[in-house]
Design a protein around this ligand. Structure first.
Ligand code: TRP
Length: 364
């Protein structure tokens, strides 16, 4: 079977380094592996509106930010189609059909939806569109016949729900849809990069993100203010590396050769951690090292972004072309879905002929 990637993000802000290690870096590797026959990356603006209905300007202005971040990270429009979700009417159409295959309690049990409802303090006032967005995400994934969905760990419940919908659909209407697999990072630190303040998640509303588009000064300031081990007061004190954000970031970003390049007195990260635990290694030294390691990744991304920003109409052209390609794919899947569901009234000449024969018989 052909291998097809579909993945995406809500355009509610610029992308940060949590997005990068959680999924973006992997997407670029997968794109360049040549293993996939089709790759679609969805800018999920319609999904962003499910909890930003009163703020369309925010969603609109972030489309270009997300597109610039993608391209700056190495998403290549010749290999990957960047698709604008709201431009594909096939997606809400699929959502409408899938909604008949999902129960209200099943949606209420979805852990991601549950925690988001709490976080957004909807209480009893949950918008229907928000409540049902897992169904719409199943439509996103299946419309492209995706086999592989590289996303962050928080999307696992969405994939589980999608697989259930696929199985239900195929058992009711016959084999039509493809069951997708999630592709998670194998590096534990990358699965959920904490915020710079040590909180569980990087999130714009908490103000604890390092953005891909931050200036070197911003990155330096954020690194220098980063949460470490609160009990590591003096350099000579023994310190904890577990739950120490600076070390978690090093786990996520260290690459072969970064010690030789920036901190040659240590062989590797294990040796550095060892010293910190023993005592005698100060936070500032580790933070300076982290800053250099981060900049090694961020500087080329930043430079590409600055270059791309010089021609904004060209970015919209890329989005238009990607959306057209996505639209062709979704239309072809919808054709199969309508046939399977027997709602293809005008395309089934055979059916019309048989029916007229039936009625002709009755006439006699
Ligand atoms: N829910 C994803 C997020 O919050 C965005 C998204 C929408 C998505 N549709 C998708 C991700 C389909 C993967 C596949 O970031």
């Amino acid at each position: 079977m052909e291998k097809i990637i579909l993945t995406g993000d809500r355009p509610t802000g610029r992308l940060h380094i949590g997005h990068y290690v959680g999924s973006l870096r992997r997407r670029v590797e997968l794109q360049n592996s040549g293993e996939f026959s089709e790759i679609y990356i969805l800018i999920a603006d319609a999904q962003a509106l499910t909890d930003n209905a009163d703020n369309p300007e925010k969603v609109r202005s972030n489309i270009i930010e997300v597109a610039l971040d993608y391209l700056a990270c190495g998403i290549d429009p010749d290999k990957s189609s960047i698709v604008i979700q709201s431009a594909l009417p096939q997606l809400p159409e699929l959502t409408f059909y899938y909604a008949n295959l999902v129960t209200v309690p099943r949606l209420q049990r979805n852990p991601t939806v549950k925690s988001e409802i709490e976080m957004r303090k909807f209480g009893e006032g949950i918008p229907v569109g928000f409540f049902t967005y897992p169904i719409s995400q199943a439509a996103d994934i299946t419309a492209f016949k995706a086999t592989t969905v590289p996303v962050g760990e928080d999307q696992e419940p969405m994939l589980e729900q999608t697989r259930e919908i696929v199985r239900k659909f195929n058992s009711v209407y016959g084999d039509t849809l493809v069951e997708p697999n999630i592709l998670l990072s194998t590096n534990k630190a990358c699965l959920r990069l904490p915020g710079t303040d040590g909180q569980a998640k990087m999130s714009k509303s908490l103000g604890n993100c390092i953005y891909l588009s931050d200036t070197p000064e911003e990155v330096r300031r954020k690194v220098m203010n980063m949460y470490t081990d609160p009990d590591h007061l003096k350099v000579t004190d023994p310190g904890k590396t577990e739950g120490n954000t600076v070390f978690t970031y090093l786990d996520a970003f260290c690459y072969d050769g970064c010690f030789a390049e920036f901190l040659p007195e240590y062989a590797d990260l294990e040796e550095l951690k060892e010293h910190y635990r023993r005592g005698g290694l100060g936070d500032v030294k580790v933070k300076k090292f982290l800053y250099s390691v981060l900049e090694e990744t961020l500087e080329p991304i930043r430079q590409r972004r600055l270059a791309l920003q010089k021609d904004i109409p060209a970015i919209y052209d890329i989005l238009r072309k990607g959306t057209e390609e996505g639209s062709r794919k979704a239309a072809s899947t919808l054709n199969e879905v309508r046939n399977a569901m027997k709602i293809n009234y005008f395309d089934d000449a055979d059916y019309i002929r048989r029916q007229s024969e039936e009625y002709a018989k009755q006439d006699k």
